[in-house]
Design a protein around this ligand. Structure first.
Ligand SMILES: C[S@@+](CC[C@H](N)C(=O)[O-])C[C@H]1O[C@@H](n2cnc3c(N)ncnc32)[C@H](O)[C@@H]1O
Length: 264
């Protein structure tokens, strides 16, 4: 495992016990995906949830699949997920990487993945792996945040400090489309969405990102502690975004996609 992935796994493992209390945006995204799934033919025989987290969405897949496998990179997340499923034992949990799926070809009818593949080093690699484990005609229901997500925070950090990256860079919609085209999937549905969360102050937002495990910055991050002066500068820059209700917005731009592996 690369150093970057180890850091991501550690951040999410630490976040796991409190993740559900902070994952408001993720829960709203998940509800939209489940509504889309409702409109699909089913239930299918075998489904895989990639980046299952605490398994909140995994367990909601049960009306749609007879046999569910859930995979995550973070052992801490899997521990919470297993505990959430301990009474009904609806899913089989596996520790693994979306970019190196430990499954036989053609094993699944449906792959589901919400707000996870943005953590991969190369989206085409993850999509190609998913393509491989799906049977011909199998479907992938996917959501992921894209460019301009947390732009208010990124711009505020940029005003405070140019040298380092404090917020992850997300792929543009055009880049995601190229990755999808390269992976051999047919695109059945493509929805562009925006969810704006509001906070009283910047600390509430950064605390929530930390609780989610989503504060881990993948490249060009400052490895030393950021000075108080710089943090203060960032927080005053963020004030520029305060709205008429006196709240600070944090924007999540994301895609929901339904993809299909061709029949032959
Ligand atoms: C933002 S959480 C989303 C969890 C859940 N899908 C939800 O919507 O609540 C992202 C999850 O992806 C996992 N993850 C990150 N990179 C991964 C990878 N390369 N392979 C598998 N899981 C990964 C993290 O450990 C974390 O549990």
């Amino acid at each position: 495992m690369t150093e970057g992935k180890r850091a991501i796994a550690q951040a999410f493992s630490r976040a796991a016990p409190n993740y559900d209390q902070a994952s408001h945006v993720q829960q709203r995204v998940g509800e939209q995906m489940l509504a889309l799934l409702q409109a699909q033919p089913g239930p299918v025989e075998r489904a895989l949830d990639i980046g299952c987290g605490t398994a909140a969405l995994t367990l909601a897949l049960t009306p749609h699949a007879r046999c569910i496998t859930a995979l995550d990179l973070a052992p801490g997340m899997l521990q919470v997920a297993r505990s959430n499923d301990r009474q009904r034992r609806l899913a089989a949990f596996v520790c693994g990487d979306a970019e190196r799926l430990p499954f036989a070809p053609g094993q699944f009818d449906l792959v589901f993945s919400s707000f996870t593949l943005q953590w991969c080093e190369d989206l085409t690699t993850a999509l190609t792996e998913i393509h491989q484990v799906l049977r011909p005609g199998g479907r992938l229901l996917l959501s992921l945040p894209v460019e301009n997500t947390l732009r208010e925070l990124r711009l505020s950090w940029q005003r405070a400090e140019q040298r380092y990256q404090h917020v992850n860079q997300f792929l543009s919609r055009a880049q995601v489309r190229e990755h999808v085209e390269r992976s051999g999937f047919h695109l059945l549905q493509w929805q562009e969405k925006l969810d704006v969360a509001f906070y009283d102050n910047v600390r509430s937002l950064t605390r929530e990102l930390k609780t989610l495990g989503a504060h881990q910055v993948v490249s060009n991050r400052n490895r030393a502690l950021t000075g108080r002066k710089t943090v203060f500068k960032m927080m005053s820059a963020y004030e520029h975004f305060r709205n008429h209700q006196g709240l600070l917005p944090a924007s999540w731009h994301y895609l929901v996609m339904l993809l299909q592996k061709p029949d032959s």
